[in-house]
Design a protein around this ligand. Structure first.
Ligand code: PHE
Length: 466
């Protein structure tokens, strides 16, 4: 097909690894990983997470990247190319990023808003209770920040794979790594005495984060630690939404996939671990255990501004700027990958050029994103899904908790039982590459991973309560 001959590629393995790591390292690493670790027994969660990354994560990531490279197609058509009975899987795998992109960009807009708050020296205002709610329920402001964020995303994707995505990742990812390490070191040096005269240090916070805590641990609780870690890992490596299939399809045949997968995982897990060192010590020093009970968005948009506000004004502003800059880098390289999965699917399936596919995908995302923004005012209601909440939460529940586990389970069945594991292992071993953990891969893809995913689906969809 001439469509395939013209297919864009990453220039080399560094570009590929950084782009894929850019997708994997996102909001989840920074705001979700740290609070799960603090809640789920500190070091215990970390150990479980790393073991899962080396088994479960490695299996899913290898599978998707190899499916992409083997067929040189994006998700909408690649799954069908592996087995004709699995065409439907491509359709869902392409629907997932279409659901995620709008709300991911809305949150990206919130991050930019906070960046602007610190850049203009108004960090003190963000300390007030109700600041965050006031902002997201406002009529126009969230829409404007969403427009800026998605505009940047569209611009990068429009520029293409090597000149847009790869270039962006090569600049932002090393910077992100440096900034995050810088804040983590700063966070460890903190010490704060609260109004009651109690002094807490960052190093004490580090202990909570790193030392395994088995207090009150029961089998049921341990299972929750495992499912939390699995859910987090699953979201963090950006699988089950076509992204890694898409990026895999841009990888040249002479690149060592096995090594690349390892490098992507090291980046993703490394950044998550360091993000914990950046957030937990600071939150603990300034807010104690109460601070650690903040979860999800409120950790980032409510608790951390309070921490920055308790520092001296100059330092608080500087740390606020660096922090939200880091988060916006992480969010942008992820949102770019989500849009690329959709654009590339449209290009392959409907034979559109990049420009046209980009416009169509962007229009859909902008319309849905507007609805998400309006979900906090005009279309406000309390949803009855297990996660509760507004339109954003419903989209998040549908994609992350329901569709993504289904896509991943179907992928395991496709590879483990229909196309057979050697369809993937042969692709990895192309050109004489050694596939370390090949036997593990086969057992994981056929038996262990689908069973784990099924348990994840039951818990994340709220059917099984732990
Ligand atoms: N992996 C990203 C993170 O950890 C999340 C993401 C989700 C990226 C969906 C792309 C698509 O935040």
């Amino acid at each position: 097909m001439d469509n395939q001959k013209k297919r864009s590629t990453f220039t080399g393995s560094l570009g590929f690894v950084l782009a894929a790591a850019g997708s994997a390292v996102g909001l989840g690493n920074i705001w979700r990983f740290p609070y799960l670790a603090a809640r789920d027994g500190g070091g215990l969660f970390l150990v479980v997470y790393v073991i899962l990354a080396l088994t479960f994560g490695f299996t899913l990531l290898t599978t998707e990247i190899a499916i992409g490279r083997k067929n040189g197609q994006s998700p909408l058509t690649a799954y069908g190319a592996m087995h004709p009975k699995m065409k439907w899987l491509g359709t869902i795998a392409c629907a997932v990023p279409m659901i995620i992109l709008p709300y991911y960009c809305v949150i990206g807009g919130w991050v930019l808003k906070y960046l602007s708050v610190y850049v203009t020296g108004q960090g003190a205002a963000a300390v007030a209770d109700g600041f965050f709610t006031g902002f997201i329920t406002a009529q126009w402001e969230p829409i404007i920040w969403f427009a800026i964020f998605i505009g940047a995303t569209i611009f990068v994707v429009y520029k293409g794979v090597d000149k847009g995505i790869e270039k962006l990742s090569k600049v932002l990812m090393p910077l992100l790594f440096l900034l995050i390490c810088g804040i983590a070191i700063f966070s460890l040096t903190l010490s704060h005495t609260d109004a009651a005269g109690v002094t807490r240090t960052g190093l004490q916070g580090l202990k909570i984060y790193l030392i395994p805590n088995f207090e009150g641990m029961t089998a049921g609780k341990f299972l929750r630690v495992v499912t939390d870690a699995m859910g987090q890992l699953f979201f963090s490596i950006s699988v089950a939404m076509g992204i890694m299939v898409t990026y895999g399809s841009y990888v040249k045949k002479d690149i060592n996939l096995n090594k690349s997968v390892n490098h992507i995982e090291i980046c993703d897990t490394g950044v998550a671990l360091i993000a914990g060192m950046m957030i937990i010590p600071a939150v603990y020093a300034f807010m104690g255990n109460e601070g650690l009970s903040f979860a999800g968005p409120s950790l980032m948009f409510v608790a951390l501004p309070k921490v920055f506000g308790a520092m001296s004004p100059v330092i608080g502003t500087a740390v606020g700027i660096v922090f939200f800059l880091t988060v916006s880098f992480a969010a942008l390289t992820s949102s770019v990958s989500i849009l690329e999965a959709i654009v590339s699917s449209f290009m392959d399936k409907f034979h559109m050029d990049r420009k046209k596919a980009c416009i169509v995908a962007s229009v859909i995302a902008v319309v849905l994103g507007l609805i998400v923004c309006l979900g906090y005012n005009v279309f406000y209601f309390e949803a009855a899904v297990p996660a509760g909440g507004q339109i954003l939460d419903i989209m998040d529940y549908l994609s992350n908790s329901v569709l993504m586990p289904i896509v991943a389970i179907a992928t395991c069945i496709l590879i483990g039982w229909m196309a057979k594991p050697n369809s993937i292992t042969d692709e990895v071993k192309l050109g004489g590459v050694k596939f370390g953990r090949e036997k593990l891969y086969v057992v994981m893809i056929k038996y262990v991973t689908p069973i784990m995913l099924f348990v994840l689906l039951l818990t994340s969809a709220g059917i099984l309560k732990l």
